[in-house]
Each structure stands twice: as structure tokens, then as C-alpha cells.
Design a protein around this ligand. Structure first.
Ligand SMILES: [Zn+2]
Length: 212
């Protein structure tokens, strides 16, 4: 109750404005939403071996959606997480799963940002889907920003970056793995490998946007 009043107060004092065109009212206005490019088909990955059962992204990483995700991550505007989760809920083809989890962030980077952007989206999406969320993985090595590395370097760089969260002992068979964006799917595939070792039968990757 107190949290709701506090959020309402913050919203009145600092009303949201569109991250792309600065129009007052919401973090993504209707006209900018209409400029977003939807990608209705699942992404085809070139990864070998492939641990993900499927991977999909309802949007292309361009225009207003990339501005919105950038503001979420690099300007640390936390409420954008629930906007993105709602976007996934309304536009993504979500498979039947038992539980949601998120790609973890290294603790040092999480400290800098104040939150893990993938986890913020996953928690809110789980609430909308009425499914449980659990942090099943942790990241034990800081990695450089993926976008700056070549494909092969990226594969090398990510090696052994993820491990099971010590508190996640028994996991259900069908997992939905959430991240904000993907380019090659490498990060999600690495996480899927660990989740399968932990006992998952299927691991579906779901991100907001796909792009290079
Ligand atoms: Zn706008």
C-alpha cells in the first residue's frame, strides 16, 4: 500500500515522458509505438551446439524501442522495465512454461546500474502471466560490452561466465529465459546450457528486441 502511494507521488512529481520524442504522458507514446518494427517469426540461430529450444523477439532493435531500452539500461530509469514487460505480454508469442528466469548481470555492474534490467522485465512479466519467477543463474566474471566484440571473441569471452545460483536446487522442466536484447543469441544459449545441466527439459529464450 505504502509502495503504491509512493509510486503515485513520484509519478505526479516527475511524470513520465516519451524517451524517443519527449512527449509528456508515458515512456513510449502511441505515435512512437507505431514506428516500432515487429518481427512475428522466431529467430533462427546459427549456434552450434544449440541449447535453446526456441528464441523469439517481438521487435526489431531500431528506432524508438532502442532509445527506450537505452534509457532503461544506461539512464537507469527503472519503471521502463514494467513498460517492456507489458509490451512482451501483449505482443510476444509466449510458450507454455513452468517458470521464468533472467540472464544474470555481474554483481559489480548490477551495483553500478542499481538493478538487473533482464530481471526487472522477467519479474513483471511473471506477475502478468501469473507464473513464478526465480533467479536460477549467477554470473561469476565481468564481461566487456558484447556489442564491441567480434563473434568469435564473444564466444571465447563468455566461456564459463554463468553458473547455477546456489539457492536454485530443484528446477521445473520448462523454463522461459528473459533478456532485454539479443544479437547472436550467444548469451542466452550459454545460460540455456547451464539450465539444461541443472535439469531443465526445455529452455525458451525471450527478449524484447533483436538486432545487430
Ligand atoms: Zn514518442
Amino acid at each position: 500500500m505504502f509502495k503504491k502511494i509512493f509510486e503515485l507521488l513520484i509519478c505526479c512529481l516527475f511524470p513520465p515522458f516519451c524517451c524517443s520524442c519527449q512527449k509528456l504522458g508515458s515512456y513510449l507514446c502511441r505515435s512512437c509505438f507505431e514506428l516500432c518494427v515487429f518481427t512475428p517469426f522466431p529467430i533462427r540461430l546459427q549456434l552450434e551446439p544449440l541449447y535453446l529450444t526456441s528464441i523469439s523477439a517481438p521487435l526489431e532493435l531500431s528506432g524508438p524501442i532502442s532509445v527506450l531500452i537505452h534509457a532503461f539500461k544506461y539512464k537507469s530509469i527503472k519503471p521502463i522495465g514494467s513498460v517492456l514487460a507489458k509490451l512482451l505480454f501483449l505482443t510476444a508469442d509466449i510458450p507454455v512454461v513452468d517458470l521464468l528466469t533472467a540472464v544474470p548481470l555481474h554483481s559489480r555492474r548490477q551495483q553500478d546500474r542499481g538493478f538487473n534490467q533482464a530481471e526487472e522485465i522477467a519479474i513483471e512479466l511473471a506477475r502478468l502471466l501469473k507464473l513464478p519467477y526465480r533467479p536460477l543463474l549467477s554470473r561469476f566474471r565481468a564481461t566487456s560490452p558484447q556489442a564491441k566484440l567480434k563473434r568469435q571473441d564473444r564466444l571465447e569471452h563468455l566461456k564459463d561466465s554463468f553458473k547455477p545460483n546456489p539457492e536454485a536446487t530443484k528446477i521445473p522442466p520448462r523454463i522461459l529465459l528473459i533478456d532485454d536484447v539479443t544479437t547472436t543469441g550467444t548469451t542466452l544459449n550459454e545460460c540455456a546450457q547451464i539450465l539444461r545441466k541443472m535439469g531443465a527439459i526445455s529452455v525458451h529464450g525471450l527478449v524484447i528486441a533483436h538486432g545487430g
